[in-house]
Structure formats: C-alpha cells, structure tokens
Design a protein around this ligand. Structure first.
Ligand code: FES
Length: 105
C-alpha cells in the first residue's frame, strides 16, 4: 500500500509498505529525519505530529486515545486533522493515505 508524506518544504515522498509498522516508523525508516519521533513511539513526546490531509481517511484510523489527545494539546499547530503518527498502524486498508508533517512543536 502507498503512504504519501508531504514534508515541511512541500516535497512529497511516496512510501510503499505492507502491514506491521506505524506511520511514524515508516516515515523515520524512509530517512525523513525532520520528524523527530523522540520517544520512539511510546506516545509521550508529540514530535511525531502529522496532519491527515484527506479527512475521509480520518474515519479509517484508530480512534484517538485520551493520552494522544493530551499530548497533541502541547503541539502548537494542533487542529482537527492532527494525529500522532506513532499511534497509527499502517495497513493495506490505508492505501493512499496522505499526511503532512506538522511544523515543529
Ligand atoms: Fe513520541 Fe509518537 S513518537 S509520541
């Protein structure tokens, strides 16, 4: 399945991946280092903040936990499209998902 990542400078990267890793891990493992993901996916840093470009996908993502929402509150650019990418397991069902890396917190 394809994951499209839009970087802060507007450049797009297309990542081909199967099930099993989180969106954060796919972005990191693709060498996109502008997303810090400092806690490594433990849902405790909020530096893996992304925006879901197409809200039609929002319904297909796992619901946001209270922890994730609390952490996002610390992010400067939080809006209705915000998610922590480490909390989104990538699956075939998410083929075509586009995310924008959020501005630095
Ligand atoms: Fe730290 Fe996602 S990597 S909250």
């Amino acid at each position: 399945a394809r994951l499209v990542v839009i970087r802060r400078d507007g450049a797009e990267s297309v990542i081909e991946a199967g099930d099993g890793r989180s969106v954060m891990e796919l972005i990191r493992d693709h060498g996109i280092d502008e997303m810090l993901a400092m806690c490594g996916g433990c849902c405790s840093c909020a530096t893996c903040h992304v925006h879901i470009v197409d809200l039609a996908f929002a319904d297909r993502l796992p619901p946001m936990s209270g922890e994730e929402s609390d952490l996002l509150d610390s992010a400067r650019s939080r809006d209705a499209t915000s998610r922590l990418s480490c909390q989104i397991p990538f699956t075939e069902a998410l083929d075509g998902l586009r995310v924008t890396i959020a501005e630095e917190a």
